[in-house]
Design a protein around this ligand. Structure first.
Ligand code: SF4
Ligand code: SF4
Length: 439
């Protein structure tokens, strides 16, 4: 490793050494509680995939380069010099973690290993050692923000082509998908492509909401790279749009990390207080059902379960609203055990779903989740996150679970729309990569 690269890595590390990180680096007692909490270690039993080991790589570097004891007696203090080999190990550790934070729930010291792993990712990003697919997706989102005029017309054509089906589903001849509507109360942010536009448009129209569709997609691949500067640039496009339109609420689609970024992280990154509220789409959905603004016309009788996405639930604080929606429309609801903050990760988060070379790894490490789904006896597995949905579909196939994996809003539309929504099997949604390519 050349000196410039080494210095760049150490500079990034130094810039991240705040009180919280120092606490996480100092207090680990190597008790091993986190290893039993991690679905990846549970499925593989590999020592290099133990959560505390992923953080140990940074800990060893910290001791070697930032403490006098580690500098003088490296072997005594488990201190390691920065090297290409250590960087390779760090890459493996950082980009195979789903960021689910289940390990933190079980750590007696509350160590947030994803915080430490986030610093490792930031260092790797600074020297360009990142998964190429995530890198390309982050660049594509930034490029779209820079040239939105080129995309606007294409998007408007796509939207207009959805409206005949929207009218059929709602039974409302004047149902529309507004874009760029100044003064709308709600700005809804979908994913790239059209899969997450039509079903929410049905609900907004049925509820009589004053809404408008964002020109930008909710997914933020800069976040998965640990590159907060790029993540903030991607989020900034939505923040500026919301300010220009003067909306009261920004409502994020079924995407766990997109919600977490906008709700909990971007105000800190961009050092500002948003003049609007940030909500997950399930907050209005649950409210419309309660207020009778959308009514259940066709209750679903098949046994149904619900998967808490880590980014929406444990890391985002949204447990009840999507459950309320599923319970309101499914007469035989079966919660998984454990659930909410102790729910097992499906294995698709952290950008892993977008990395084709990790498909086998994801299928293997989703074993615990597959067993959890099977134990419910459900025939429908609903989940409100596109990454989780794609991952559960993979597990369904790999472990022969025999369930229908479905987005919660698609299920809701099935129960409340006067017209019937086509089932996802008949019209598979695109993967994130395909969505970006088509956007
Ligand atoms: S549970 Fe916490 S203290 Fe124990 S090994 Fe894991 S990170 Fe360290
Ligand atoms: S965040 Fe999740 S995947 Fe990553 S080490 Fe912790 S438990 Fe394992």
């Amino acid at each position: 490793m050349d000196e410039t690269t080494k210095q760049k890595l150490l500079d990034v590390m130094k810039s991240k050494l705040n009180r919280q990180l120092l606490y996480y680096l100092d207090v680990c007692a190597k008790c091993g509680a986190c290893k039993d909490a991690c679905h990846i270690y549970r499925a593989t039993g590999k020592a290099e995939l133990v959560p505390s080991h992923r953080a140990d790589l940074l800990r060893r570097l910290y001791r070697r380069h930032f403490t006098s004891a580690g500098r003088v007696f490296p072997s005594l203090y488990e201190a390691t010099d920065l090297s290409d080999q250590l960087l390779d190990e760090m890459y493996q550790a950082a980009f195979t973690c789903t960021g689910c934070r289940r390990c933190m729930v079980y750590c007696p010291f509350g160590i947030d290993l994803t915080w430490v792993i986030g610093v490792e990712k930031a260092m790797l990003s600074a020297v360009g050692k990142v998964p190429e697919e995530l890198n390309m997706l982050a660049d594509a989102a930034i490029e779209k923000g820079n040239s939105i005029d080129l995309y606007r017309e294409i998007m408007q054509d796509q939207i207009r082509s959805l409206e005949p089906e929207l009218r059929e589903l709602t039974g409302m001849p004047d149902a529309t998908i507004p874009m760029g509507k100044k003064g709308a109360r709600v700005l809804y942010v979908a994913l790239a492509g059209t899969g997450s536009i039509l079903p929410p448009a049905v609900i907004f129209n049925l509820a009589g909401e004053d809404w408008t569709l964002s020109e930008f997609e909710a997914a933020n691949y800069g976040y998965f790279l640990g590159d907060t500067a790029r993540a903030a640039r991607i989020a900034e496009r939505i923040v500026n749009e919301a300010k220009e339109l003067g909306v009261e609420e920004v409502v994020l689609t079924e995407c766990g990390h997109a919600y977490r970024v906008m709700k909990h992280l971007d105000e800190v990154w961009s050092k500002q207080k948003f003049p609007f509220k940030v909500l997950s789409v399930f907050e209005p959905w649950a409210r419309y059902l309660k207020e009778g603004r959308v009514k259940v016309l066709r209750p679903i009788a098949e046994p149904a379960t619900y998967h808490d996405p880590c980014q929406l639930g444990r890391n985002g604080g949204i447990y009840e609203e999507p459950r309320e929606v599923v319970k309101a429309i499914c007469t035989d609801f079966r919660d998984m055990t454990p659930n909410r903050e102790k729910n097992w990760c499906c294995g698709g988060g952290g950008g892993l779903v977008a990395q084709t070379d990790l498909e086998e790894f994801r299928a293997d490490t989703g074993l615990v989740k597959a067993e959890q789904v099977r134990a419910t006896g459900a025939r429908i597995a609903a989940t409100p996150c596109e990454n989780c949905r794609l991952q559960l579909a993979l597990l369904n196939e790999r472990y022969h679970l025999g369930v229908e994996v479905v987005a919660v809003t698609d299920l809701l539309v099935r129960a409340v729309a006067p017209g019937a929504l086509r089932k996802p099997e008949q019209e598979p949604r695109e993967t994130a990569r395909e969505q970006e390519a088509s956007a």
